[in-house]
Design a protein around this ligand. Structure first.
Ligand code: ATP
Length: 234
């Protein structure tokens, strides 16, 4: 497997506190990989390092074999790695359309994602384009957050806890969109606490426990008890 995005011995520190310990990880072009694990396992810290939001060593993260660790977030997005942040982080005083168009600032290359193709993926956003973002349901707001990241035309889409706080029906809709995005060739890394959602979407999984990888392999390779043991460290 040739990795599109890779980490080698990645570590993340907050001051003296270490959140991620020596993680080796890779995702190939077109693959969907899920990072699962309990609260505080270091999943978000790992994803933030990939997005350039927390510091890491230059050679800790490689994109197409080139070191990108520690580069600022705006350079990372320009190089084709876009984050859907935990909690969505929409601009509450802006319309749906303007929130989506914020993604145009980080645009790189031409992989077919535009305002129009994002609205084709999420037709409800075209209908609600002029409404303020907070007037949408949680699931619709998550679609805006995903759409905003897609408009930057990423080679790799990083999704942090996109099911959090959503109804089961909204989780289903959001993951149907992830499947469609994957079909169109976008490489996806999802951090997810909802095991069913993660296992349903991913080709491969990495389970994190206390900042380290406790299990990795194909999503269909393990039975539930093996995954739960790696998840909870029991
Ligand atoms: P969650 O699902 O709760 O977001 P997680 O697996 O994503 O959990 P992280 O959010 O990466 O875990 O947190 C890993 C560890 O790093 C935790 O102990 C957390 O308290 C700590 N941590 C996260 N962000 C910071 C920060 N900005 N400053 C200090 N410590 C932090």
């Amino acid at each position: 497997m040739t990795a599109l995005l890779e980490t080698r011995g990645l570590e993340v520190f907050y001051g003296d506190f270490q959140a991620v310990f020596g993680v080796d990880f890779e995702v190939a072009e077109g693959e969907t990989v899920a990072i699962i694990g309990a609260n505080g396992a270091g999943k978000s810290s790992f994803l933030k390092a990939l997005a350039g939001l927390v510091k890491s060593r230059p050679d800790g993260i490689l994109l197409d074999g080139r070191p990108v660790g520690g580069k600022p977030a705006y350079e990372i997005v320009k190089s084709g790695v876009a984050l859907v942040p935990e909690g969505r982080r929409l601009f509450p005083s802006m319309s749906v359309a303007d929130n989506l168009r914020m993604g145009e600032n980080g645009r790189s290359g031409d992989r077919g994602w535009t305002y129009e193709t994002v609205c084709d993926l999420f037709p409800i956003l075209r209908e609600r384009a002029d409404q303020l973002a907070p007037t949408l349901s949680g699931g619709q707001q998550q679609m805006v957050a995903i759409g905003r990241a897609l408009i930057s035309n990423p080679r790799v889409l990083l999704c942090d806890e996109i099911s959090l706080g959503l109804s089961p029906a909204a989780v289903k809709d959001v993951y149907a969109a992830i499947t469609e995005i994957k079909k169109r060739g976008t490489t996806i890394v999802i951090v997810e606490q909802d095991l069913n959602a993660a296992l349903g979407a991913a080709d491969r999984i990495y389970c994190f426990l206390e900042g380290k990888v406790s299990l990795t392999g194909r999503a269909d390779e393990f039975d539930r008890s093996q995954i739960l043991a790696a998840y909870f460290g029991s």
